[in-house]
Design a protein. Structure first.
Length: 290
């Protein structure tokens, strides 16, 4: 089975005012996770489905500037839903899943149309304990990915991670890994693996759980964060990952996750993260009925 190529960003300890985000941000194609102390956000909407779990304390959440604040220990925010989160300096686990990824779309089905609250018992104590251990450890991205997979699988027990990639898709992700800032039309990718464009796109999604074009976008975000983690400026990181400038990178990052790279980096330091294997998204399938 091909290893996942992940990046994480380590940030400084919280300040006394708790007005900076201070923790670690992990990025994989199709998903991201922030583990650390959280500050306040403005009212915003982002394209990812977001699972929020308080590891200690609680956080405030509201639907918009005219909505009432409510204290939460866990919440599930649908894609493109206006909201504002006040972390209150608490230690949180924020998990983001692209709704175009199969598991993100399925997680969205447990969202309430009128409330961010999860159903009673939707986040079991075992999941909280695992996220607590993860946030307080210095684990690498592979271990973090497995722990987050386990957390999501307890919320969606009918889903389990899939097996290995189709060999043709595995070869392609190996090819894409070192050139994540380079656009590639689906027809060109299909030609590399000897398939028609239609057949390739079907195979890629069936094997990875994410559409090919979306996968490329996440690879570019991963590449930009990796470049910044190595000490590059956001402008250089944007260019290295194929964005026109830092504003383009920030807009894309905010649209996907609700935060800009500069907001995460403000008063903090990006450090180089470990890199392992080839880039690939989490892969999920429905558990067979018995």
């Amino acid at each position: 089975m091909s290893e996942i190529s992940e990046r994480h960003v380590a940030l400084q300890a919280p300040t006394a005012t708790l007005q900076v985000w201070s923790g670690r941000l992990f990025l994989w194609p199709g998903r991201a996770a922030y583990l650390g102390h959280a500050a306040d956000t403005t009212v915003h909407a982002h394209h990812a489905v977001q699972l929020c779990v308080a590891i200690d304390g609680s956080f405030r959440l509201r639907g918009g500037p005219r909505s009432r604040w409510r204290l939460r220990s866990a919440a599930l925010i649908p894609a493109d839903r206006e909201h504002q989160l006040d972390g209150r300096g608490a230690l949180l686990a924020l998990i983001y899943l692209d709704p175009e990824v199969d598991i993100g779309r399925q997680l969205a089905t447990v969202c309430s149309a009128s409330s961010f609250t999860l159903r009673e018992g939707q986040v079991p104590q075992q999941t909280r304990d695992q996220l607590t251990s993860l946030a307080r450890s210095d684990c690498g991205p592979e271990e973090a990915g497995l722990a987050i997979d386990a957390a999501i699988s307890r919320i969606l027990p009918e889903y389990v991670p899939c097996g290995s990639l189709d060999p043709r898709v595995a070869r392609l992700v190996e090819h894409l890994a070192p050139q994540s800032g380079t656009p590639m039309p689906a027809a060109d990718a299909a030609a590399l693996v000897g398939l028609s464009s239609h057949r390739f796109q079907h195979l890629f999604r069936a094997s990875t759980g994410i559409p090919f074009r979306r996968y490329l976008l996440w690879l570019r975000l991963v590449a930009a964060v990796d470049h910044a983690a190595r000490g590059g400026s956001l402008t250089n990181a944007a260019h290295a990952a194929g964005f026109s400038d830092s504003a383009h990178l920030s807009r894309t990052f905010r649209r996907m996750l609700g935060l800009s790279p500069s907001a995460l980096a403000r008063g903090s330091t990006f450090v180089q993260a470990s890199t392992q294997g080839t880039s690939q998204s989490p892969r999920w399938r429905r558990r067979a009925c018995k």
